[in-house]
Design a protein around this ligand. Structure first.
Ligand code: 5GP
Ligand code: ZN
Length: 137
């Protein structure tokens, strides 16, 4: 289902014109309007899901399969040196458009894109505690 006030629903379903590099029954892949690097693209499901928490499991599987296919294709075409797959959920995580999407970001040696975090230095005890909390038995 499309959501009325969602820009990505409109772009994914051809209501608004945009730069489409791939389309199938479930997804449209478009160029990001404000690319981090040359070729930065977005995988958009045609159905509306706010984020990964809402995402249908089958669509989740298909999305990653498509990311793999496009990473190979785009790297081949662009001759990039690396590739980031980025997927933000929630404002705190940097999500600005609340329709699930995956960023495909080609990387070039010495490019100015930033997909980084400051590495923490937790004590071993701390890691053991969080591991116990998160472990799925
Ligand atoms: P987020 O921060 O939610 O993970 O990423 C949203 C991305 O969508 C940003 O990289 C932004 O540049 C891109 N974007 C936002 N509005 C539009 C639009 O109307 N068209 C296209 N092609 N990209 C958009
Ligand atoms: Zn939407």
């Amino acid at each position: 289902m499309m959501k009325d006030d969602c820009i990505f629903c409109k772009l994914a379903n051809g209501v608004f014109e945009t730069n489409v590099i791939y389309e199938d029954d479930d997804f449209t892949v478009i160029l990001d309007a404000n690319p981090a690097t040359k070729g930065h693209a977005l995988i958009l499901p045609k159905e509306h899901y706010d984020n990964i928490y809402e995402l249908d499991e089958e669509i989740a599987g298909k999305a990653f399969k498509l990311a793999k296919k496009l990473a190979v294709h785009m790297s081949d075409k662009l001759g990039c040196d690396g590739f980031n797959i980025v997927q933000n959920n929630g404002e705190a995580a940097g999500q600005t458009v609340f329709h699930f999407h995956m960023h495909l970001i080609p990387r070039y040696k010495n490019d100015a894109a930033m997909v980084q975090w400051k590495p923490g230095k937790p004590e071993d005890d701390e890691l053991k505690k969080i591991c116990a909390e998160l472990k799925i038995y």
